[in-house]
Write a protein that binds this ligand. Structure first.
Ligand SMILES: NC(=O)C1=CN([C@@H]2O[C@H](COP(=O)(O)OP(=O)(O)OC[C@H]3O[C@@H](n4cnc5c(N)ncnc54)[C@H](O)[C@@H]3O)[C@@H](O)[C@H]2O)[C@@H](O)CC1
Ligand SMILES: [K+]
Length: 580
């Protein structure tokens, strides 16, 4: 699924209208229809949930609706109308008594008329095209048997273009129209609200009438269905202005907007439904849009990474690669162990764990499947030192991937140590935790050699802020841009962790993950992710492929761990490994 910015959306609109020739009003008409459909579905779900539908369906109408036809053998079957003459072999056709085709049904009826009649929705309409979508939706809702009232934020005469056409069509049908500031409105008279105040054309915090209406809508306690985006949301970053609509459902038009895929925007949007309005998806590829919601389909088709992780029946441990984890120290040995075990669970053939010499004995047996390799002298006291870089490079010669960072700690000359590995090892490398901090405090990283092998950096927002030299709040304000800018500039794959983790690849494309659970906000899950990505790199996945499949699997395993534990709060990093 493509994820677009508002500027890209405008370009897609322009292209569709000017180059393909689909009229703008047709797009708006489709927008109005799909918004209305989602309102009707929501009403249906609420009615069904309240038991109203169940009661209603016990009546005779429900059984009449069941499709029945008499077969030649006299049995009553349920199903579709058979083709003419499709009787069972050997049975004589019955003239005039053959199967009756079911009567035509109203395919548009998403909510039974009786239920629709109990609804009265208020459509809040701005003066731009988002408001035009709202006016179009009002017609479809009314056609479905619902009462609707339009409430314009500004004088309806200020609407222009297609929005003005929709305003006039609604008026021609006699849909009541109120104007904020002119007419008194009692929100208690309504059963739901469509927010069609501001869409992708909005800029900054909602002003004047828009702000008043957003506050009143939120305070009403009524279900709100937002058209395209909740008004007050920054469509590009997911930041919430004050005030911002708090929607139950957001009907996102054509393509998912960036702000709906990132928190806090994703929280204000409620359930997000992306509906087609006639803009061809193939245009995204033609216009070079490269931001995706990370789904198994995107993993397979864009990144050549299958969540099924197929393995060759003839494979042996050498087939799936050998990871060298470089981490763990006297007070943080667990981080190294977690990354090491996770790499194995991700399916690589072998893992060697390079660690300070004095930790080898205490940790032998901690994970029987793992080989331990001392990387320092015994005198280092369980900590890393600058000289160990040469020993790590020696070990790396017979391994396929380096995973550097978990539990490493900081030490004298550590930035130089990292540079030695960065430039001395040409294969794939994952850089995490304190190795990222070494990168942040290194002088002149731009002068470091561009690595020929895949380089995957896995910062959390705090580490990202140090890498970029900006505040964590600034990173979080526009995570997609922060991650993409760094990845492109430094030629690396960058995994910006946190809810809706972003995988940004050096070619500028980005992938937004949706798996995971709040239970993963616990120490050690980052080390597990590092191990998983390294384990996938060892199996031959590309940098972006390993990173994206890694975050997806990591999140799924977190969800499974929460399910097994019975509560997200009880998940430990080790549970995530066990759930892989
Ligand atoms: N062809 C198209 O362009 C289509 C657009 N569609 C809809 O149109 C929307 C975009 O429409 P527009 O570009 O007209 O913009 P909007 O309808 O989002 O809003 C623009 C209007 O709001 C005002 N405004 C902007 N920021 C404000 C603020 N902070 N406080 C108060 N008023 C503010 C502007 O002065 C302008 O009148 C989409 O989100 C979508 O809902 C759909 O109808 C599909 C087709
Ligand atoms: K809206």
């Amino acid at each position: 699924m493509y994820v677009v910015s508002s500027e890209q959306m405008r370009e897609l609109d322009r292209h569709t209208i000017e180059k393909i020739g689909i009229p703008a009003v047709a797009l708006m008409e489709n927008a109005g229809r799909v918004i209305a459909e989602e309102v009707l579905k929501l009403c249906f779900q609420k009615k069904a949930g309240s038991g109203w539908m169940a009661e209603a369906s016990h009546g005779p109408a429900a059984s009449d609706a069941a499709l029945q036809y008499g077969a030649a053998d006299g049995a009553v079957r349920r199903g579709v109308c058979p083709p003419a003459g499709a009787f069972e072999a050997g049975a004589a056709p019955l003239r005039g008594l053959g199967p009756a085709c079911p009567p035509p049904v109203a395919g548009d009826e998403l909510l039974p008329a009786e239920a629709a009649g109990q609804e009265h929705w208020l459509i809040l309409a701005g003066k731009g095209n988002n408001g035009g979508d709202g006016a179009a939706a009002a017609r479809y809702l009314r056609d479905a048997g619902m009462r609707v009232t339009l409430l314009y934020a500004a004088e309806p005469s200020t609407l222009a273009g297609e929005a003005a056409l929709q305003r006039d069509a609604a008026a021609a049908l006699g849909i009541p129209a109120l104007v904020h500031g002119r007419d008194a409105v009692d929100f208690r008279a309504f059963t739901g609200i469509v927010d069609a105040l501001l869409g992708t054309g909005s800029a900054g915090a909602p002003r004047g009438a828009y702000a008043d209406l957003i506050r009143a809508a939120n305070a009403s306690g009524l279900p709100i269905v937002a058209a395209d985006i909740p008004s007050g949301l920054d469509a590009d970053t997911g930041a919430l202005h004050e005030p911002c609509i708090s929607a139950e459902v957001t009907v996102c038009l054509a393509f998912l907007k960036r702000g709906l895929a990132q928190y806090p925007g994703a929280g204000a949007a409620g359930r997000v439904v992306v509906r087609s309005i006639g803009i061809p998806a193939s245009l995204c590829r033609e216009l070079g849009i490269g931001t995706y919601l990370l789904t198994p389909h995107v993993l397979r088709t864009v990144l050549d990474a299958d969540v099924a992780r197929p393995r060759s029946p003839e494979g042996h441990k050498g087939t799936y690669g050998h990871v060298l984890t470089v981490g763990g120290s006297r007070t943080m040995s667990g981080a190294g162990l977690l990354a090491t075990r996770a790499a194995l669970r991700a399916g690589c053939g072998l893992v060697t764990w390079a660690l300070p010499a004095s930790l080898v004995l205490p940790l032998s047996g901690a994970a029987p499947e793992v080989m331990l390799a001392p990387a320092t002298d015994e005198e280092s006291g369980g900590y890393w030192d600058e000289a160990s870089a040469e020993r790590v490079l020696e070990l790396a010669k017979t391994r396929d991937v380096l995973a550097v960072g978990p539990g490493l700690g900081r030490f004298e000359g550590d930035s130089g140590w990292l540079r030695r590995l960065w430039e001395g090892w040409d294969g794939p490398m994952v850089v995490d935790a304190d190795a990222l901090n070494m990168l942040s405090s290194a002088d002149g990283v731009d002068a470091w050699k561009v690595r020929p092998g895949a380089t995957v950096l896995t910062p959390h927002p705090g580490e990202m802020s140090r890498l970029l030299g900006i505040s964590t709040a600034e990173v979080q304000r526009d995570r997609i841009s922060a991650a993409t800018a760094y990845a492109v500039r430094h030629g690396v794959t960058l995994v910006l962790k946190g809810a809706r983790t972003i995988v940004a690849s050096p070619d500028g494309s980005a992938y937004i993950n949706t798996t995971g659970t709040s239970g993963m906000a616990t120490g050690g899950t980052g080390d597990v992710l590092t191990g998983i990505i390294a384990g996938l790199l060892a199996q031959g996945y590309s940098g972006p492929g390993a990173a994206a499949l890694g975050v997806w699997l990591h999140g799924r395993a977190g969800e499974e761990a929460a399910r097994r534990r019975g509560h997200p709060a009880s998940v430990l990093a080790g549970d995530v490994i066990d759930a892989l």
